[in-house]
Structures are given as C-alpha cells and as structure tokens.
Write a protein that binds this ligand. Structure first.
Ligand code: NI
Length: 403
C-alpha cells in the first residue's frame, strides 16, 4: 500500500499567506472584460515565481500554464476567469478596489487565487501527478456573448497536449463556507438576448386613434412574451424570459413613434433554445401586425447551456468527499438560470463545473453586489478542490485505461 498522502487542504492552509497576498493584489485592481492587462501580468509573475511554464498572448489577456509536461496519463485542465465588473465597491475592506466603477464583485479574484493555489500544490507534488495539468486563466467571462473561452480555445488551449477533462468552479454565497456543490447534467442556462423596436405613429396623446400606439403595442408584447413561458414550452423544462429595459416617449401627452424593448431568454436544452427563438419572433410579429405596427427584432445568442459530464462529475465528487468529508460535498438542489462561459469547454471536453461555498451567517450579499465580500478561507478550500479534482480525474482515467 502506498502511504496515504496528507490532504490537499492541510498543505493549502500553509499556503494561506501567499493566497491572501495574490487575492489582495487581484482584488485591489480589478479590470473589465478583455482589459485584464495588469491581471495577466500578475498571473504570469506568480507562475514564474512558482517555476511553472506558461504561455501568454499578445493582444489577448489569457494565460495557459502547464504542470508535469510529458508525464504519461490524461491531461486535466483547470480554469479560472479573470475579469471584474462595472460596480463601485462598498465593502469597506482594507484592500477594496482602487478603481471607482470597477470591482471583483463576482469572485473571479477568488477563482484566480484558487487556481494559483492549486498550481502551487500540484507542482510541489508533480511526481505524484497522474498526467499533466493545464492552468487556464481566461479573460472576459462577464462579457456575455463572445466571451473569453472561445478565443482561448481558438488559440489551442485544449490541444498540445490534448485535454481529456476540464474543471472549473464558481463562488456561491448560497452555499456555506466549506461546502462544495456539484450536479450532473444540465447545470446552467443558455443566455440569449433580444432587442425589439416597435414603430407606431407619433402624435398627440388625446388622439390615439390616428395611428398605432407604440407604447400600447410594446406593452402587449411584454405581456405576450410571458405566455411563451407558460404555454409554449414543456412545464418540466425550465425557461425564463425577462424584459430588462423599456424605452420610449418624452412626456405625458405625446405618443412616441417608437419604443425599444430589451431582454433575455434563458433555456437549458438546445431544442428549447431554438423553439423559444422561433416562438418569440412569431409572437412579436403577430402582436405587432394585429395592431398595425411594424417591428424589428434582433436576436443574439450568448453562452450555450452548461452540461456537466456524469462520469467526470461523479469522479470529482468522490475525490472531494475523501478530501473534505461527505457532509461538505453536496448535490445542488436544482440547476441555475445564470449563464457561464465555461459551457464552451464542456461542449468540447468532458468535465465538471463546481460551486464553491462562500456563504456566511449575517453576510447576505449576493454576487454582482457592491458589498460582496467572500470569506478568504474559501481560498484554501478552492485551491484544495481544484488539486483534488485534477488528481482524482487522472487516477480514474488511468484506472479506466488500464482496466
Ligand atoms: Ni462570475
């Protein structure tokens, strides 16, 4: 019997001073999607200090590190996103954002730090690795349409060496600190976006009969879209349609010539995604035509739905139970209607996306809020999670290849 190695968490706790300092540095200087230049430099500096070879790119802020190059066995890629959000921080933390209007309000500072932590742990025990480990630092997750995963994939991050499994994680304030959430199958939604321009005839509000009233027709459309959710899709298949902005008009007694509606459609299945686009276009045109207005519909597809591979997810959950104990590794109750760029990797390579608990009593701040301040002990859990997941997948992959 080989000696039982100490838990990754024990080694990760010893790393805490380094984790804190990386996290502080990321958190103080958040950068928006595709602008992560300082962040990229910090990542490459940290990898250099750890003695880990990496590839950085000109004109693109991603970084790909590689541990254990040439080792036999499956390659596992671990991914962290890098961008902050256009939010002015109100946490009062000593290391709060130095940039007004920019904040790591989605915890991507925690994700990057955890990936560096895992890299430090794995490179120290590189001889124990069951294959190479790639580190994907990916920009522009929050951008929402092209994102940063596709450009990184186009630059070859899943090849040379070819990646067999991919793992990512996201902080989750609804899970208590110390817990990790997993789920098999569809886990996060596809997010598409629409813009509808309704054109009627402008005029005096006292003579609405003289032309189609864009405001009344736009209102019919807003209400009519909800009937798509309740009457077009299967009730067991989750769908969200939300109109997030309505613009039209200047004052109380003038009917505007046009109204612009903008919103989002969230779906879990590709068939439902197509169905909702078709149905939305048809319904909007029908409502407008029946009331004599013209419409223009722009429909833009964002990230696809995120689907966790059943085998890889169960293998990772098993490895995490050994690491953290049964009670701390929980199947999440339901899928989420948020979207995540990580879906692009999972379209190409099996793997899993985990939720990293950062919730604490009396601290209800949600993701994207100006007061979001995850407990830094999550850095230890996040680092150990990625390290344990990578080694667990490699072990299972080698056992399968040998069996
Ligand atoms: Ni995020």
């Amino acid at each position: 019997m080989p000696p039982v190695p100490e838990p990754w968490s024990t080694a990760a706790r010893e790393l805490l001073p380094a984790l804190r300092s990386w996290r502080k540095s990321f958190h103080e200087e958040p950068e928006l999607s595709t602008q992560e230049h300082l962040t990229q430099a910090k990542v490459t500096r940290a990898l250099t200090e750890l003695g880990i070879p990496y590839r950085a790119y000109d004109g693109f802020t991603g970084v790909v590190g590689l541990i254990g190059d040439g080792r036999p066995g499956p390659v596992v890629a671990l991914r962290a996103d890098m961008d902050g959000l256009p939010v002015t921080e109100e946490t009062g933390l000593p290391f709060r954002s130095r940039f007004p209007g920019r904040m790591h309000a989605c915890g991507h500072d925690v994700h990057m730090t955890s990936l560096l932590g895992a890299a430090a742990l794995l490179s120290r025990r590189a001889n124990a690795l069951g294959g190479p480990v790639k580190l994907l630092f990916q920009p522009a997750e929050e951008e929402g349409s092209v994102g940063g995963a596709l450009p990184l994939i186009e630059r070859g991050c899943l090849e040379r060496p070819h990646v067999a499994f991919v793992v990512g994680q996201h902080v989750d304030p609804s899970l208590p600190l110390g817990r990790i959430g997993w789920r098999v199958g569809p886990f996060m939604a596809a997010a598409d976006f629409f813009r509808i321009v309704v054109r009627g005839r402008g005029g005096h509000a006292a003579t609405p009969h003289q032309g189609p009233d864009a405001i009344v027709i736009a209102s019919e459309i807003v209400v009519g879209l909800q009937a798509l959710v309740s009457r077009v899709r299967n009730p067991f298949d989750p769908v969200v349609v939300s109109v997030g902005s309505v613009h039209g008009g200047t004052r109380d007694n003038i009917l505007p010539e046009k109204v612009v509606l903008e919103g989002t459609v969230r779906t879990m299945r590709p068939e439902t995604r197509d169905l909702m686009e078709r149905s939305l276009r048809r319904r909007v045109r029908a409502i407008a035509a029946s009331l004599g207005a013209t419409v223009r519909i722009e429909y833009r597809r964002g990230y696809p739905s995120l689907v966790n591979d059943p085998d890889a997810t169960r293998t990772v959950a098993d490895a995490l139970r050994v690491e953290f104990g049964r009670a701390n590794v929980v199947e999440t109750e339901h899928a989420l209607m948020g979207a995540e760029d990580f879906a692009r990797y999972l379209e190409r390579v099996p793997g899993t996306f985990l939720r990293l608990g950062v919730g604490r009593a009396g601290h209800p701040a949600s993701l994207h809020s100006a007061t979001f301040a995850p407990d830094e002990r999550a850095l230890v859990v996040g680092s150990a999670t990625l390290a344990a997941a990578a080694v667990g997948l490699q072990r299972a992959g080698r056992a399968r290849a040998a069996g």
